[in-house]
Design a protein around this ligand. Structure first.
Ligand code: SAH
Length: 257
């Protein structure tokens, strides 16, 4: 990569961070959904070790921390998100058991069988669903749980426009039954799978972006990359409203055998 590319890359990265840093969550979700997923996880104690991978600014981590005992480590690639995460943890007086660190989900700093629970909302796609389930498994104790949310098709067939969009954005999107099968093959008992309600995408994700987009465009007036980023987000939202009968996010909860 040339120096010029690097600069562009860094700038892009910073812009994306800035765009999302103003949001409570960086992907579709809600406190209710986090707690519903947690309800399938047994046997956590004050000694439990939990990792939240691709934690973002920690919206779901703080909900988790309020309802699950044990120590939670949030890991995200973006340092700015981790700063916000750690400030939120201090504000809630959780800093002794909830801490964020910069790191990558493909190079985790845990020992084999160290974790009781691996959490990851709207982030496993960065490494890929199957690869994440397979590679992360060794960090879990036997009987430990994994809970991840992931883009999923609701039907066997769908209109070409949305099929093409996702094949380009994330070709690993698949039907819920296929994802459950992949979880089983990766060495977990599929404990539960459920679809996130539409409000996780609308009220909680796309709607709060509207005022942020206006502010962001004002701040970066004349910046093509910022304009393109907003355009891209708007397009994604439009597709969601048009095709939400065909896809969404599902939560998958598995228990390591
Ligand atoms: N879990 C949060 C954020 C989801 S957005 C929520 O539900 O709100 C996806 C997150 O994955 C972003 O914060 C992004 O910075 C992070 N990410 C992307 N690639 C990553 C990697 N290789 N390792 C760790 N985090 C990564």
């Amino acid at each position: 990569m040339s120096e010029t590319d690097k600069t562009i890359h860094d700038f892009d990265f910073k812009l994306i961070c800035e765009y999302y840093a103003g949001m409570e969550r960086q992907g579709p979700g809600s406190p209710d959904v986090t707690l519903r997923a947690l309800s399938f996880v047994d046997n956590l104690t004050g000694e439990s070790r939990i990792a939240d991978l691709g934690c973002g600014t920690g919206g779901q981590t703080m909900v988790l921390a309020g309802h699950a005992p044990g120590r939670i480590t949030g890991i995200d690639l973006f340092a700015d998100f981790i700063d916000i995460f750690n400030a939120a943890s201090r504000k809630l007086n959780l800093q002794d058991r909830v801490s964020g660190m910069v790191g990558s989900m493909d190079k985790l700093p845990f020992r084999d069988e160290e974790l009781d629970l691996i959490w990851s909302e709207g982030a496993i796609y960065n490494i890929g669903f199957e690869r994440g389930l397979n590679e992360w498994r060794r960090f879990l104790k036997k009987g430990g749980f994994i809970a991840v949310s992931e883009a999923s098709w609701f039907t066997e067939e769908r209109p070409a426009e949305i099929d093409e969009f996702w094949k380009d954005a994330y070709p690993e999107i698949d039907t819920i039954s296929n994802k459950v099968g992949q979880m089983q093959k990766a060495g977990y008992i599929p404990v539960a799978a459920f679809i996130l309600p539409e409000s996780c995408w609308t009220e909680n994700f796309y709607v709060p972006q509207v005022p942020l987009q206006q502010e962001f465009l004002r701040k970066h007036a004349g910046n093509k990359m910022a304009g393109d980023l907003v355009e891209n987000q708007r397009h994604e939202a439009e597709l969601y409203y048009k095709y939400k009968d065909f896809y969404g996010y599902a939560f998958y909860i598995g228990k390591k055998i």
